[in-house]
Ligand binder design. Structure first.
Ligand SMILES: NC(=O)c1ccc[n+]([C@@H]2O[C@H](COP(=O)([O-])OP(=O)(O)OC[C@H]3O[C@@H](n4cnc5c(N)ncnc54)[C@H](OP(=O)(O)O)[C@@H]3O)[C@@H](O)[C@H]2O)c1
Length: 193
């Protein structure tokens, strides 16, 4: 499929001061406000009658509590090189990020999909950020140095610029004594489609 026909996608992540995103297969923190923001952003399709898609690695899928899987009102795509069938509840299984974006861009499926969100983990984020289809990075900066074993890659400042959006409150938030704030970055040379 040509680049012109491929869907763009956004990344969403919450990172510690050291760019940590997870520990022992779970989130390092419990921030209900941030989870709410995640649900709102990833669920809200702008185009009426369409759904958004969430694309994630197999371990991120496993990290979602069973009662919350699949993520409601979103098309759930799981990436794995080893599984042969989608995990129970997931909509699609793909062997690579490229295959996932191709699938979600196919006319029959893509016509019903609005925004595509990449929701982790480390390797998927890294590959996604290198793609010319990666549009915006929605980052929650968590003011914490908690120990992590999964990390978000460095943001290439020659490619991504910080922007302000009317729907994103940039003021400092706090929950359970943990401070955090929202940032959005945009790829400057993104392909125009
Ligand atoms: N803070 C946040 O915003 C956030 C977001 C997401 C996740 N997390 C945390 O991050 C941790 C999970 O992330 P992780 O980095 O360890 O794992 P992950 O990326 O979610 O999953 C890794 C697995 O996904 C599959 N995979 C990854 N990239 C692939 C690709 N390009 N093509 C095909 N398959 C691919 C492979 O599965 P197979 O081994 O089956 O081949 C790989 O072993 C958890 O602690 C979770 O709570 C945090």
């Amino acid at each position: 499929m040509s680049l012109l026909n491929l869907k763009k996608f956004n990344i969403i992540v919450a990172v510690s001061k050291d760019m940590g995103i997870g520990v022992n297969g779970d989130l390092p923190w419990r921030l209900r406000k941030d989870m709410k923001q995640f649900k709102l952003l990833t669920s809200n399709a702008i185009v009426d009658g369409k759904k958004n898609a969430v694309v994630m690695g197999r371990k991120t899928w496993n990290s979602i509590p069973k009662k919350f899987r699949p993520l409601q009102n979103r098309v759930n795509v799981v990436l794995s090189r080893n599984l042969s069938d989608p995990p129970p509840g997931a909509d699609y299984l793909c062997g690579s990020l490229e295959k996932a974006i191709n699938l979600l861009s196919q006319e029959s499926i893509g016509d019903q999909i609005d925004l595509v969100w990449i929701i982790g983990g480390s390797e998927v984020y890294k590959e996604a950020m290198k793609s010319p289809q990666c549009h915006q990075l929605y980052i929650t900066r968590v003011d914490s140095t908690v120990e992590c074993d999964a990390f978000f890659p460095a943001i290439d400042s020659s490619k991504y610029t910080k922007i302000s959006l009317p729907n994103i409150d940039e003021t400092e938030q706090e929950e359970n004594g943990i401070k955090f704030k929202y940032e959005v970055y945009e790829q400057t040379n993104i392909s125009e489609n």
